[in-house]
Design a protein around this ligand. Structure first.
Ligand SMILES: Cc1cc2nc3c(=O)[nH]c(=O)nc-3n(C[C@H](O)[C@H](O)[C@H](O)COP(=O)(O)OP(=O)(O)OC[C@H]3O[C@@H](n4cnc5c(N)ncnc54)[C@H](O)[C@@H]3O)c2cc1C
Length: 419
């Protein structure tokens, strides 16, 4: 599969970075230049910290520069799951923080003038009666949490908002929306740089030695730091062995059609859309009138065979109007799934923080995560600790058997998708 990322082809923010060249000392070292890392760099630099961010490839190379751009409140884990993990009060505070994450995303885009095409509006789509019941539950839960969603659309009204025969209903969500995630990531990075953060790219961290001063060995020199934050998402690999078993990297894929005059008629309100399946379809219009359509998963992270054809077939199942559509871009990336689908934040030692496990739900939350990391490093860890207190388990079978264990679990959900 030739991977070609639509977002990189439509980059609007220019950013100049270079590899690390020799040994340096800093207050805070951040590993990973996705939204989590660059947001932490921005917030720390604005607080006056000396920051060095180290990225193995380029800023936005990982999931942050590849995702569906759907910016939602909430988490990969449903609110009911969070309640069962931490109790109702605590789960409510987490929900409120997730709403703050979406607000922060929009306020940063405005404050920093980031050209990333922000749009507000979202439709949660139902394919079958079970999904419709879930939409009603979602509507009731959101109202009980003090952040009511919109109406459930059916029939003609639904067809006017979402010109697809595949759905029986859709729930309006006035909080969620979509952005161009790569330009957003680069915009935050440029602001971090302007605030004084040093961004080192093409520099891979090879080891971290804990201590009052942390020693970080990279391919281009050594960084000594008082604090470190690891924000490598699904791409951290074995760098932090104690963390690796908590996360499963899973591949997911997106196509972009050619720009089409009829795309605006498919979703006239320009909402982002996702269905309620476990292996879900998620899609939206781009600013240049393409359909960006995401779906499919790979638990081995190897692209499935005939991906382009199967992705286009999925898009046409939703929109038969795309019978003559072409795929101009096809790309994929890895999401960092935690076993319970809740974010996995914490401390490896008192001065090494980690943030991972966004479980395919990180576009908005990663920005807030970076802010919470900055707060924690500055000594105000209450909000960070609300996340750090969520209990997590390793994938059963340890690292070697993570894939088979996840496959067994997901086979059940795939079957459920068919019912
Ligand atoms: C195809 C796809 C679609 C998605 N769609 C959505 C969506 O629509 N909505 C949503 O909310 N979420 C979505 N997600 C998830 C979302 O993109 C992620 O949760 C989020 O971007 C994670 O950001 P991050 O900064 O934590 O990690 P990343 O953006 O993955 O960044 C991690 C960075 O760390 C670097 N790194 C790793 N190891 C090292 C090392 N040893 N040394 C130096 N650097 C290192 C990597 O090179 C990488 O650039 C999607 C993800 C994918 C892949």
């Amino acid at each position: 599969m030739t991977l070609q990322n639509y977002y990189q082809a439509t980059q609007k923010v220019s950013l100049h970075t270079a590899p690390l060249d020799g040994d340096i000392t800093t207050d805070v070292a951040i590993i990973g230049g996705g939204i989590t890392g660059v947001s932490a760099a921005l917030h720390l630099a604005e607080r006056g910290y000396d920051v060095a961010l180290i990225e193995a490839e380029h800023i936005g190379w990982g999931a942050s520069g590849r995702n569906g751009g759907q910016a939602l409140p909430g988490f990969g884990a449903a609110q009911a799951k969070l309640k069962s993990l931490v109790g109702a009060e605590h789960a409510k505070k987490l929900w409120t923080l997730s709403i703050e994450a979406v607000d922060l995303l929009h306020s940063q885009i405005q404050r920093l003038n980031i050209p990333c095409d922000p749009v507000t509006g979202y439709l949660h789509a139902a394919i079958k009666p079970r999904h419709l019941r879930e939409l009603h539950e979602m509507q009731e839960d959101a109202a009980a949490l003090g952040t009511p969603l919109g109406r459930i659309l059916v029939g003609e009204e639904l067809r006017h908002r979402l010109a697809s025969p595949r759905y029986i209903a859709a729930l309006e969500d006035p909080i969620a929306g979509h952005i161009h995630p790569y330009n957003y990531t680069l915009g935050l990075a440029a602001a971090a740089q302007k605030a004084g953060a040093k961004l080192y790219t093409q520099t891979r961290v090879q080891s971290l030695e804990p201590g009052p001063t942390i020693t970080i060995k990279t391919t281009r020199g050594t960084v000594r730091a008082r604090f470190a934050l690891t924000a490598g998402g699904a791409y951290l690999g074995d760098l932090m062995r104690p963390l690796a078993g908590y996360i499963m990297p899973v591949g997911t894929y997106i196509i972009a059609t050619e720009p089409r005059a009829d795309v605006a008629r498919l979703i006239p309100g320009n909402e982002a859309v996702a269905d309620q399946n476990f292996v879900l379809d998620y899609f939206r219009r781009s600013a240049d009138d393409r359909l960006l359509f995401g779906g499919r998963v790979s638990y081995s992270t190897l692209p499935p065979p005939s991906l382009k054809t199967s992705m286009l077939a999925r898009a046409r199942r939703v929109f038969p109007q795309l019978a003559d559509a072409r795929v101009e871009f096809l790309w994929g990336g890895n999401v960092d799934i935690s076993q319970n689908r809740a974010p996995h934040f914490g401390r490896l030692t008192s001065n090494i923080l980690f943030m991972q496990g966004f479980s395919g739900h990180g576009v908005a939350l990663t920005g807030l995560a970076g802010k919470l990391a900055a707060e924690a490093i500055a000594g105000q860890a209450e909000r960070f600790d609300l996340f750090a207190a969520i209990p997590h388990a390793r994938f059963p079978g340890g690292r070697t058997f993570r894939v088979p264990a996840l496959l067994l679990a997901t086979t059940y959900f795939r079957l459920a998708d068919m019912l």
